[in-house]
Design a protein around this ligand. Structure first.
Ligand SMILES: *Cc1c(COP(=O)(O)O)cnc(C)c1O
Length: 368
């Protein structure tokens, strides 16, 4: 059994994907062009956002979002320590300081009640992460942002298609970052990412930033300092095919999650995922909690069942962030989650028989 399989998905839509790739190869336009423009339009539509700017990766989407907001040295940006390194890495790479706030143990998302105490005159922005595919408490975050004049960048890398009060994840704040890393809910055949925004000025600036600050009117005239971060046309063509299936795939993930939860919720001390009101969860990961996490992982491995821990070492305890001077005990809910979480295989093509086997073995483990 595999934790995740891209092969099964490819085989189901092979003809369409192959046709899309050949179309690009035949045409010979590999950077920018029609495929990329159409994909951006289709994504803007799907997310109900006015502007969608494709970039090289989810990491670049976050990095460039902060850069567009002029975040730099002396600035502080508040975020979660329970996320993938990229979220905080981009803050630090701009010379700004990542300021961590503990998580809500039910959703693994930022505990908004703890943000206020971290805000000072240097605080410029907040990056809520919609972890595992469940949107963070966006209303509360946007209220704080108004009160303290902060910008908000959503890290929606794991939450493409998720909704918060009828709005798509990534389309709610000033800017939203999406990732098309192959294992994400909408995955490319390589790296890719996107920035969503309803702010035309920020969008125009981002169009410059992703392309060396090159003037759209005059070739080899560079208006600002940018970088090279563009989505390949081949990836755009592939993603256009896959986007048509995304709602259906997210629905299948949710059905698989419901099935796990129904069958695991009264097993041992397992806590199945808790979804807060007025939002939908797209289950990029299906993550349970148990005090016997390490023993369960070992048992499942013996039985040939893969599982993963996202994330075993919180960001504030990463060697790369030693210089921030955080220590163990600073964020107790994050650290506790790091000891208790376990993600089980979930993807649209996961077979019912595979799921039944996983459930059976987990039940077996807790019998002893
Ligand atoms: C995947 C991911 C990213 C980075 O995306 P890449 O496309 O891999 O650069 C950022 N934040 C979170 C929460 C992610 O899961």
């Amino acid at each position: 059994m595999e934790f995740f399989s891209l092969k099964k998905q490819y085989n189901l839509i092979k003809e369409e994907i192959d046709e899309a790739v050949s179309r690009v190869l035949d045409k010979g336009v590999f950077i920018k062009g029609e495929e990329v423009e159409n994909f951006e339009k289709e994504m803007a539509d799907f997310c109900n956002s006015t502007c969608a700017i494709s970039v090289n990766s989810g990491t670049d989407a976050l990095f460039l979002s902060l850069k567009a907001l002029d975040i730099g040295p002396k600035d502080e940006v508040v975020t979660s320590p329970f996320t993938f390194i990229a979220t905080a890495e981009v803050i630090a790479n701009l010379g700004a300081k990542p300021v961590f706030v503990d998580i809500n143990p039910e959703t693994f998302n930022l505990d908004v009640s703890k943000v206020k105490e971290k805000i000072n005159a240097n605080t410029k922005a907040v990056i809520p992460v919609h972890l595992f595919g469940q949107p963070a408490d966006m209303d509360e975050i946007m209220e704080l942002a108004v009160d303290y004049n902060l910008s908000v960048v959503e890290d929606a890398a794991q939450a493409i298609g998720a909704e918060y009060k009828g709005k798509k994840a990534g389309s709610i704040a000033d800017l939203g970052a999406l990732s098309f890393f192959p294992s994400k809910n909408l995955g490319a055949f390589g790296d890719g990412g996107m920035i969503l925004t309803n702010n035309k000025k920020l969008a125009d600036k981002l169009r410059l930033l992703i392309n060396h600050g090159s003037s759209p009117q005059e070739k080899y005239k560079n208006l600002i300092l940018g970088i090279n971060s563009r989505l390949d046309a081949v990836q755009a063509a592939i993603l256009r095919v896959k986007l048509k299936y995304l709602d259906d795939w997210n629905k299948k993930r949710k059905e698989a999650a419901d099935y796990y939860s129904k069958n695991l919720k009264e097993v041992g001390d397992i806590i199945t995922p808790i979804i807060h009101s007025e939002r939908s969860h797209v289950f990029h990961q299906y993550t349970i909690r148990t005090k016997s996490r390490d023993k369960l992982t070992g048992y499942l491995k013996e039985k040939g069942i893969p599982s993963m821990v996202y994330y075993p070492l919180a960001l504030h305890l990463q060697p790369a962030f030693d210089y921030l001077g955080c220590k163990e005990g600073d964020f107790p809910e994050t650290e506790k989650a790091g000891r208790e979480v376990l993600s089980l295989p979930i993807y649209p093509e996961l077979a019912k028989e595979e799921q039944d086997l996983i459930i059976k073995e987990i039940r077996e483990f807790f019998k002893h």
